[in-house]
Structure formats: structure tokens, C-alpha cells
Design a protein around this ligand. Sequence first.
Ligand SMILES: NC(=O)c1ccc[n+]([C@@H]2O[C@H](COP(=O)([O-])OP(=O)(O)OC[C@H]3O[C@@H](n4cnc5c(N)ncnc54)[C@H](O)[C@@H]3O)[C@@H](O)[C@H]2O)c1
Ligand SMILES: [Mg+2]
Length: 339
Amino acid sequence: MIRCVSLLSTRHPSLFCCHISDFASRMRLLNRLKEDDEACVSALQSGSIFLFHLLRPLVCPTEGGGLTPVRLSWTSLTSVLQRLSSDRSLLNESVLIGLSEQNQNQAQFCLDVGVLDPVAVEAECDGTFVDMRKAFFLLTGSAAPFVAKGQALLRWHQETKFCSSSGRPTQRNRAGSLRVCGSITYYPKMSPVVIVLVSDGKRCLLSRQMSFPPGLYSALAGFCDMGESLEESLRREVAEEVGLEVCRFSFSGSQHWPFPQSSFMIGCHAHVNPAHTELSVDWSELEDARWFSLEEIDHALQVQHPIRGEPQVMWFPPKHAIAHRLIREWVELQRAQSS
Ligand SMILES: NC(=O)c1ccc[n+]([C@@H]2O[C@H](COP(=O)([O-])OP(=O)(O)OC[C@H]3O[C@@H](n4cnc5c(N)ncnc54)[C@H](O)[C@@H]3O)[C@@H](O)[C@H]2O)c1
Ligand SMILES: [Mg+2]
């Protein structure tokens, strides 16, 4: 929908009144909240706040067996803090995550209440603090990326409290989108990771690391090195981990990934020459790497959850992992090519 939006004209006279979409208007408002501390404080007072305790999100069960994050209004959180005899200034630690598309651009914040007794907060707020590794795959709808972003921002603030140059405490802006020490500004950071589904035209290559749960196989992945392009990282990772040379690749999509800290996953498909498919696996990185046929992949896609005590059963990362998307795309391509 296109509509006329007055864009807080005193600060941006050139943007006084123009036709922009709801999305564009939301993005501009979000940007303004990052820059304008006063506007951010009033957005917090009418916004909703997701709670974390030492980076564990507060969640409650849904009817379908999933989890949903607990969100509180500023007023109800203020009352909770009062009942727990906590200083209201804790709210100043809230970090802006985004604006709700469904709820008229309502601002969404996250707050780590690690200084409070978690059991008391859980009782007050009807939720449970759950480890992110357990919560992430059970969070429903668009909640998973949102909660992951909140946790990543809170972690970044905890790790950037002091300037690595002067050793002095850094100061944050109201939105929590940056921290400063004198002339140095710190911004939240992510580590780029290339994740690649390699194919020889008929089969695809999957691997598992020692740390994976039994039976889980995924696409090859690796952190990009400083100074590398995406294609250089991709070629290096495939060569390092399985000793193959990629001849061409295509980009599929990307996602923020909360593990191990905050990664930016760049998902690609890659091809190797079908005449050169013999693997030379780096056993220090991988526990297994193998070529799989379409039938084997199809079969594993039917497995919804890891089956305890049956490590032989192969399964894949769940739907909201980019590895899952790459595998599904490969299956669709194989089907299209054979029909
Ligand atoms: N979203 C998905 O579908 C999906 C699927 C598979 C893997 N992943 C993620 O991809 C990430 C990278 O895969 P990998 O473990 O095979 O990487 P990798 O092959 O680069 O090996 C990991 C090693 O790289 C080194 N390293 C270099 N830069 C690093 C950095 N910035 N942060 C941490 N370690 C760094 C460390 O020594 C680490 O042990 C994993 O953390 C995993 O969570 C996501
Ligand atoms: Mg790897």
C-alpha cells in the first residue's frame, strides 16, 4: 500500500511529505529511533519488551507444541520490577530490536534481567528461561530470527562494555545500536560464514562434525577469512574440508545464525566436475563426508526429529536453517531436470 507519510519533518525537511510504502516508512522510523535518543525513550514506553536471563530467552509453550517468546509492555514490566524490588533504571539497558509489522510499527526491545532471580521473574511473567540452543528450533513463526537478533545484540553489549583501545567503559546510545569511547565507535558485528551444497550433477555432498547430534548431516560450512571474497572463501572451504575444486557456484540466500555467537550465513550451491569427485576428507574438521543420491536425500527429508538410540538414521537441520533450504532446492532441481 502506498500512502502519504509525514516524516518527522523538522529533522529532515527534504523528506517533508512524499509517497512511500509502509515498509519504507517503517525502515525510516527504525533508523530515526537509532539516531534520536528521545524518540527511542518514548518508543520504549509504548513498545513491547522481550526478556532474557543471562542470554536465555523467556518463552512459553504454544498449543502446537512449539514455543513463543514472552513479551511485556513497559507498564507491566515496570510493575514486575517494582514487585521484585528492582531498580527501574534496569529498563535503560533495553536494546531496540525492530518494529512490529503486524502491530502498527510498535517498537520491540530486548532486555537481559541477569541481575534478577530468574525463578522470581519466571513466576511473575508466566514463562521459562530456556537455553537458546533448545529454544531456537521450537520458536514458531517469525519469532526465531527476532529472538536470535535480540540475543545477539545483548551478547554484543555484554562483550563491548570496555574500549579495547583505552580500557575505559564505553557508552551506548539509547537504542543500543552502537557504543562509543571518545572518537571510537563500536557497532554490532557478525562473522560471515559461507555454507555450500556441493553437487556433481547427480549426487550432493553432505558432512557431519564430531559435535553434531547423532545422525545429523549438513552442507559444508566455514568462516570467511579476512580479505576474502565470497567465491574465494567458498573455493577454499570446499578444498580444505573435502579436497575438491569447485568449478561454478550460485548464490541462494542468507540468514543470521545465532550459533556459535553471531554468524551471517551466505548460502550457495556449487558444482564440481563429475570426473573428479573423489573425496579427501580433513578428519580434524569432519567426522564424515559423503555423496548422497536423490533417493537417500528424499528419505532423510521425511525424518522430522532425531530418533534417540538410532544414530544410523540420517536427518537434516530443521526448516529455518539455511542448510535445509539448500537441500530442498537441490531436490527440486534434480526433479525438474529428470522430468
Ligand atoms: N544455518 C545453517 O544451516 C548451518 C549449517 C551448518 C553450519 N552452520 C554454522 O556455520 C558455522 C561455521 O561452520 P564450521 O564450524 O564448519 O566453520 P569452519 O569450517 O570455519 O571451522 C570452525 C573453526 O574455524 C575457526 N574460525 C575462524 N574464524 C572464526 C570465527 N569468526 N568464529 C569462530 N570460529 C572461527 C575456529 O578455529 C573454528 O573452530 C558453525 O558455527 C555453524 O553453527 C549453520
Ligand atoms: Mg566447516
